[in-house]
Design a protein around this ligand. Structure first.
Ligand code: ACO
Length: 401
């Protein structure tokens, strides 16, 4: 017989904070976020100013290297990224191994991981040259393979990076260029995408970024850590929400546009349905990125002459939620993903690519956070637990079970 009283109760020695709602896991100089006031800064610059005045590659440089680049640094960064946009031909046979129906996020995660096989160095963050090469390599190849996940799902031939175009415009031609035809992206679309990528570029210790830091804390390499971040982003409570929002809006529209019915479902505690694109772990006020995106959605749709009834549904739902006691009392506001899908749709991006778009935008943030974590020499991440299982018991032989 077992004396349970002899088992030590370790629970008093451990702080339990499921979901890390009040636990800081690191110190960081990258992103400042005040959720009560709805404020977001990258390296001290407000998100509003960056979204209005900067380009995505400038913001990538700012996040990863700490300061805005001057013209020469930016040119060199862009040129260096371009140098690495050729993806090993053997990666294509990996892509061919996936069924056409595979979700692009699953393919992106696998391909990012597969890049390690062709770039085996774990990347020493303390060697600035090695780090710079790895950053440019990852930024170049990630964009190309992200577009390939779509080309594959459509059964289209794969496109290659066009050295005459910028980084964001290249994404459009990688996605949509038809064989033998020249491609010129609509500048309105390129500008909107550039802004969306900036808005998604970092968001301090969110789920995918924490995953990147956690995986990296074991000194797994940069590419392996980023691949883990892609998987974490995929979930519908995180980056996957942008796809879920659009599917929800389409469903509401298809069912006659009754926003109130869906609000009631979201409020019903016996119904697992949540209003996708609403609520945020940290923002208890309007998400500043959502404000910018909302204005951009109106502008882009107007400029492209795209009359989308889904935008009408979104506005109706937002207005209803913002005046509903359930949402007011819980401080549930639209988040960045509530409007991003509407713009992606207007730009011709297919729904199951929305989270891939998020990943392209978030890549510099993941890299910056990985670098900071390693340079700060953070210890391996290893949370404790409170054990709630059996005390020690005797093994039961097969004949007695
Ligand atoms: N619809 C209905 N009720 C909600 C929603 C929602 N979208 N979000 C939160 N609530 C309710 C919860 O049921 C809970 O109610 P209760 O106090 O009566 O139990 C209360 O608000 C607090 O919610 P929590 O789940 O404790 O909040 P948490 O911080 O853990 O979750 C999250 C944040 C995951 C973002 C949540 O709001 C959610 O699921 N939203 C929908 C998915 C979404 O849009 N995700 C994208 C987030 S932004 C991003 O990752 C880029």
């Amino acid at each position: 017989s077992i004396d349970i009283s002899k088992l030590r109760d370790l629970s008093g020695a451990v702080t339990l904070d499921q979901g890390y709602k009040n636990t800081g896991a690191c110190k960081s100089e990258i992103t400042f976020l005040d959720g009560e006031e709805g404020i977001l800064h990258y390296r001290g610059y407000s998100i509003e100013e960056l979204a209005e005045k900067a380009h995505f590659l400038e913001v990538c440089y700012l996040l990863i290297f700490g300061e805005l680049p001057n013209a020469a640094q930016l040119l060199e960064f862009e040129t260096h990224i371009r140098r690495y946009t050729l993806v090993n031909e053997e990666m294509k046979s990996i892509i061919d191994g996936f069924p056409k129906t595979a979700h692009p996020m699953g393919v992106l995660s696998a391909l990012t991981s597969a890049l390690i096989a062709f770039n085996p160095s774990a990347v020493n963050p303390e060697n600035p040259d090695e780090l710079y090469e790895a950053v440019c390599k990852l930024m170049g190849k990630f964009l190309v393979i992200a577009s390939w996940t779509y080309r594959k799902s459509q059964g289209f031939p794969l496109n290659y990076y066009d050295n005459t175009m910028g980084y964001v415009e290249n994404f459009m031609q990688l996605m949509f260029k038809l064989p033998t035809q020249p491609y010129k992206a609509n500048p309105v679309i390129v500008q909107a995408l550039d802004q969306l990528f900036i808005l998604h570029a970092d968001h301090e210790q969110n789920c995918s970024t924490s995953t990147v830091r956690m995986v990296g804390s074991s000194h797994a390499g940069l590419f392996a850590s980023i691949s883990a971040g892609v998987s974490a982003l995929w979930g519908p409570l995180h980056g996957g929400a942008n796809q879920a929002v659009l599917e929800m809006l389409e469903e509401i529209y298809a069912n006659g546009g009754d926003a109130d019915k869906y609000l009631d479902k979201a409020k019903d505690k016996n119904d697992p349905f949540r209003l996708m694109g609403f609520g945020h772990r940290v923002y208890k006020n309007f998400d500043p990125r959502a404000k910018i995106i909302k204005a951009a959605a109106d502008e882009v749709l107007k400029t492209l002459g795209y009359d989308d009834p889904i935008l009408g549904i979104a506005k109706k739902l937002e207005a209803a939620a913002l005046t509903d006691e359930y949402f007011i009392s819980r401080k549930l506001y639209p988040n960045v993903d509530f409007y991003s899908g509407i713009i992606y749709r207007a730009l011709g991006i297919p729904t199951d690519m929305f989270t891939v778009m998020f990943a392209i935008g978030r890549l510099p943030g993941w890299i910056a956070q990985w670098k900071e974590m390693r340079l700060n020499k953070e210890p391996i991440g290893r949370p404790r637990q409170i054990y709630t299982g059996y005390p020690l018991r005797s093994f039961v032989g097969m004949d007695k079970r």
